[in-house]
Design a protein around this ligand. Structure first.
Ligand SMILES: NS(=O)(=O)N=C1NCCCN1
Ligand SMILES: [Zn+2]
Length: 263
């Protein structure tokens, strides 16, 4: 995607960078969506989600010009999730965040039309059926993304390890080694989640994601959210553009039902 040039940016949801021309033409299962709590359907056959991450699979943290992401060695089944709505196990590839310029918005999914100030995505791929992440990205059951909402509250000690590394990846395409991090510290212990069939929310926007959205948010403090907002979309030497409002507009639900794991 080209940078959006230097026009004044309208409301983030209208920002051309995230606008519909990039939606897969004829898309019937695009993400993100608004989760209307009362329209979600309790499914008693949904299993608890089982998460087992090995912190030694953590590789590096980098700024890819959309977000900052922590990438994992996905050459083995050391860091996986299984259960929940999933038919088999999925390998952790990376996690990243989406956030706003201010605390009134920033998440990609909304709950009863409420935005959270940020949202964490843990991206996994189906290594049982497909040989690589790149292959899985093209398949309807190729990916599973856990979404966790961030709300303003107490400081999150696990997140602080990440926040402390952000100045080193301030510019697009900067990377630092990052190891021994267990992202399960960022996932609420409450087992409740919603799940639905959707898509990636950044290119290639493919309709390959089983979304698992945790009902309970994690709490982070104002300084930690502000640290996200010190990152840049731009490379070193370019005119600085703050990395904020990196969330895609809500997409139509169309013929989909959101299931809940709880009553
Ligand atoms: N925000 S998202 O849906 O996770 N989008 C992604 N696009 C590229 C691969 C990883 N994830
Ligand atoms: Zn994301």
């Amino acid at each position: 995607i080209k940078s959006c040039g230097n026009h004044s940016c309208p409301h983030p949801a209208l920002h051309p960078l995230w606008q519909s021309p990039l939606t897969i033409p004829g898309g019937t299962r695009q993400s993100p969506i608004n989760i209307q709590w009362r329209d979600s359907v309790y499914d008693p056959f949904l299993k608890p989600l089982k998460i087992s991450y090995d912190p030694t699979t953590c590789l590096h943290i980098w700024n890819n010009g959309y977000s900052f992401l922590v990438e994992f060695d996905d050459s083995t089944d050391k860091s996986i999730i299984v259960g929940g709505p999933l038919e088999n196990q999925y390998r952790l590839k990376q996690f990243h965040f989406h956030w706003g310029a201010i605390n009134d918005w920033g998440s990609e999914h909304t709950v009863d039309s409420k935005f959270y100030p940020a949202e964490l995505h843990l991206v996994h791929w189906n290594a049982v059926d497909y040989p690589s992440f790149e292959d899985a990205v093209m398949e309807g059951n190729g990916l599973a993304v856990i979404g966790v909402f961030l709300k303003l509250g107490a400081r999150h000690e696990g997140l602080q390890t990440l926040v402390d590394a952000l100045p080193a990846v301030r510019h697009k395409d900067t990377v630092i080694e990052f190891d021994e991090f267990d992202p399960s510290c960022l996932i609420p212990s409450c087992p409740d989640y919603w799940t639905y069939a959707g898509s990636l929310t950044t290119p290639p926007l493919t309709e390959s994601v089983t979304w698992i959205i945790k009902k309970k948010p994690i709490e982070v403090d104002e300084d930690q959210l502000e640290a996200f907002r010190t990152l840049l979309f731009t490379s070193d030497g370019e005119e600085e553009r703050r990395m904020v409002d990196n969330f895609r507009p809500l997409q139509p639900l169309m013929n989909r039902t959101v299931r809940s794991s709880f009553q």
